[in-house]
Design a protein. Structure first.
Ligand code: HSE
Length: 431
């Protein structure tokens, strides 16, 4: 690298699992990263909320004065890895106002206040990059935003939460119950001590909002994502899916409807074993993209963890540094299409309905007639004995959520129906 190159100073907000890996790699790979960026990269300040040493980080860089980082005229780029909405939002806005490009891994913040932040970055002509916010190391943001910029994406389906994928994989492969695997995942450090955000689908919903916004050039926020988690998935559901040569996965789905609206949702699905996403095991993530010209693409890798997430941040850092060094900016967010969100009731899918019924004549006819009265067409029915009762597994052809809900309500009123045990959407199967 010649001696005339600029020095780019980096300030980091947060220094936890991800931040400490970013700091380590910036130090270990400084020469290579600088060569690739076209500028000398220097980590000059690390802001933390609680004072104290951080392993591998020079103590002289650490400060608890977070505002001093975003207001320091000597700092060119801010990396935000502290998480949470505030003070991250205010600090990022301040950094942008001060003409600093920002790299963030903060999915919850972008899925809530992305519009405000991206507009601010656009107005200040700086970059706001966030590859690490969705699916960790997987380069899905840049692929969708840049590589697929010339195509029309029609659908994105992702396994974007490692904790839930780990739990569902163990339930499927080892026949274990949800609560038992959750405990193990917590002991192994995959699941948080409060696992709500993962198991109830909120973490995936933030990522779904970001993927939908990007895919369809519209602003989608987390509160517009229909969200169901996996805490109601039972061993019986998993065994039933297995017997259908399928698996249960928690998917984030963003797709264009026939009315050119966006359906964006997170919920468990039954997926045939032959679908590429069905092969994604344990804590791995994958995003499956369908587009008009490219067809189907799948991106697979580690969705969490210090080093994998740091890899995505450093990729952004090299890109943003090149822009800063040459006084330009990269692709910004685009929301020109401004598509509406489809109401969940109108979204059509196939459904799996597992119910316990009395085992006597006329039962199947009554069940079939209930589905037919709501215009929901049955694809297959399977019956297994349960002593005096029977278990029925009905898979429907594509039907709207509203129609299926009406069906389930009617089924519950039938005297011969002991219980509707579960209703799970079916994806990726021939309809
Ligand atoms: N908790 C997430 C997961 C990682 O289990 O995948 C951070 O989004």
């Amino acid at each position: 690298m010649n001696s005339g190159v600029k020095t780019i100073s980096i300030g980091m907000l947060g220094c936890g699992v991800v931040g400490s890996q970013v700091a380590r790699l910036l130090q270990d790979d400084q020469q290579e990263l600088s060569e690739r960026s076209g500028a000398h990269l220097v980590l000059s300040k690390v802001g933390v909320r609680k004072a104290g040493a951080r392993p591998g980080v020079d103590a002289s860089l650490i400060t608890t004065d977070l505002a001093s980082i975003v207001n320091d005229p000597a700092i060119n780029i801010v990396i935000e890895v502290m998480g949470g909405i505030e003070p991250a939002r205010t600090l990022i806005l301040e950094a942008i106002k001060n003409k600093k490009s920002v790299i963030t891994a903060n999915k919850a913040l972008l899925a809530t206040h992305g519009h405000e932040l991206f507009n601010a970055a656009d107005a200040a002509k700086v970059d706001l990059y966030y590859e690490a916010a969705v699916a960790g190391a997987i380069p899905i943001i840049r692929s969708m935003r840049e590589s697929l910029a010339g195509d029309q994406i029609t659908r994105v389906m992702g396994i974007v939460n490692g904790t839930t994928n780990y739990i569902l994989t163990k339930m499927h492969e080892e026949g274990r119950a949800f609560a038992d695997v959750l405990k193990e995942a917590q002991a192994l450090g995959y699941a948080e001590s409060d696992p709500t955000a993962d198991i109830e689908g909120y973490d995936a919903a933030a990522k779904a909002a970001l993927l939908a916004s990007l895919a369809f050039h519209s602003t989608v926020t987390i509160d517009e994502v229909y969200t169901e988690g996996i805490s109601n998935i039972s061993s019986e559901d998993v065994a039933a899916a297995k017997s259908m040569n399928s698996v249960i996965k928690l998917l984030a789905i963003a797709e264009l409807t026939v009315k050119d609206e966006i359906s964006v949702r997170v919920h468990p699905v039954i997926l045939p074993q032959s679908h590429p996403l069905a092969t994604v095991r344990n804590a791995f993530n994958a995003v499956y993209v369908e587009s008009e010209s490219a067809g189907q693409l799948m991106f697979y890798g580690r969705g969490a963890g210090g080093a994998p997430t740091a890899s995505a941040i450093l990729g952004d850092l090299v890109a943003v540094t090149r822009h800063a060094a040459y006084a330009t900016v990269g692709y910004g967010e685009s929301d020109y299409a401004d598509l509406d969100i489809a109401p969940i009731g109108a979204v059509k899918s196939q459904f799996f309905v597992r119910l316990h019924v009395a085992d006597k004549s006329g039962v199947l006819a009554a069940i079939a007639s209930t589905f037919s009265s709501e215009n929901v067409s049955i694809q297959t029915v399977r019956q297994a004995g349960l002593g005096k009762d029977a278990e029925l597994i009905v898979v429907t052809h594509a039907a709207s959520e509203d129609a299926l809900d009406a069906c389930v309500e009617s089924l519950r009123k039938l005297e011969i129906v002991r219980n509707v045990e579960s209703v799970i959407r079916v994806e990726g199967a021939p309809a």
